[in-house]
Design a protein around this ligand. Structure first.
Ligand SMILES: Nc1nc2c(ncn2[C@@H]2O[C@H](COP(=O)(O)OP(=O)(O)OP(=O)(O)O)[C@@H](O)[C@H]2O)c(=O)[nH]1
Ligand SMILES: [Zn+2]
Length: 318
């Protein structure tokens, strides 16, 4: 019977049966686990019931539509943490913590790498101050293919004032999908999930796994089922760092820039102000409306590029 893995902890799995919705514990056939972690939350699998023991066994794995992963650089291998995620929800705050375009661009790069559609949610709109140019950010994100929403997690009946979409549109967007919420600490991920679940779920604010605080060796990940939508909670997928991305592949995660860069005169163009024949500086001057957007992206790209190429393990190659 068909089922989806909802929780994985080393070699033990909890699976939700597609037909009955029942959640059962299951083991996996050895050959499915051979390479260490070939089964992850979100995977669709076939289960068989072992009559003698009444236990369930995972007998096969369906091909994945998308994977959330990181590259373990030293081992040259991909570590998958979740599968079949439909939507990457990038949450940001318009008050505290301060909106950081660079963070959004990092998450957008991940969305591009994982092949998952991103949307951006501006939260804490109840504390909105006019000096924040939400329309500019929206235009920028729209041109990158990300729909934007404005909400207040603390006031679900907040109506959008600046953007087309608000809370009810967000509810619709996530319905029947599996999403993952990303965003810096304190933007309101837990609060938003709680509100969207309409009381069914009560995550303590500040409980969603933190990243980058000391060692986090937690292996467990789960899908939280919230009646009509699901979210994947897993430590290790929220980091902003793109340090596992090969600097030479970074541009491919900025498809908008990659397109423009393909017109630069030299294929090894560094896209600096004095680079000869660089389209970014000849055609898209930073003070033109279109150039402002392009250069804000180039800026993010170059920051990450510098950061990543400074890492020892990437330098070894050269
Ligand atoms: N004013 C206002 N405060 C909010 C809103 N959403 C969340 N908060 C507050 O912001 C703080 C952080 O919210 P959390 O939901 O814990 O944020 P988080 O993103 O889950 O944080 P981490 O668990 O650290 O990643 C809490 O004190 C919330 O009450 C909002 O829409 N408006
Ligand atoms: Zn160039």
């Amino acid at each position: 019977m068909r089922a989806r893995i909802y929780k994985s902890d080393k070699r033990q799995f909890e699976c939700k049966l597609e037909e009955s919705g029942e959640v059962v514990k299951a083991n996996a056939l050895g050959n499915l686990l051979k390479k260490g972690e070939t089964l992850v939350v979100g995977d669709w699998v076939q289960l068989e019931k072992i009559e003698e023991t009444d236990e369930f066994q995972i007998t096969s794995l369906e091909e994945r539509e998308s994977e959330i992963f990181r590259i373990i650089v030293r081992e040259q291998r991909k570590k998958v943490t979740a599968a079949n995620c439909d939507l990457l929800i990038i949450l940001t705050s318009v008050s505290k913590p301060k909106y950081k375009r660079g963070f959004i661009d990092r998450f957008l790069a991940r969305a591009s790498q994982w092949g998952i559609r991103p949307i951006v949610v501006f939260n804490k709109m109840d504390e909105f101050k006019e000096e924040f140019d939400i329309k500019f950010e929206e235009e920028r994100l729209k041109s990158l293919g990300a729909k934007c929403f404005e909400i207040s997690a603390l006031q679900p009946d907040y109506q959008p004032r600046y953007l087309e979409r608000g809370y009810s549109e967000l509810k619709e967007e996530i319905s029947n999908r599996t999403s993952i919420f990303l965003g810096q600490s304190g933007v309101g991920k837990s609060a938003t999930i709680n509100t969207l679940s309409e009381g069914k779920y009560q995550l303590k604010t500040n409980t969603i796994a933190r990243v980058g605080k000391g060692s986090h060796t937690t292996t467990w990940s789960e899908i939280i089922d919230l009646d009509g939508f699901c979210t994947i909670d897993s430590p290790g997928i929220r980091s902003f760092s793109l340090e596992d991305v090969d600097p030479e592949e970074l541009l491919s995660l900025f498809p908008d820039l990659e397109e423009i860069a393909s017109h630069c005169k030299f294929s090894n163009c560094e896209h600096l102000e004095n680079s000869k024949g660089c389209v970014f500086w000849s055609k898209y001057t930073p003070d033109s409306p279109e150039g402002e957007l392009v250069h804000s992206r180039l800026d993010s790209f170059q920051r990450i590029y510098e950061e990543v190429s400074a890492l020892e393990f990437w330098q070894k190659k050269y």
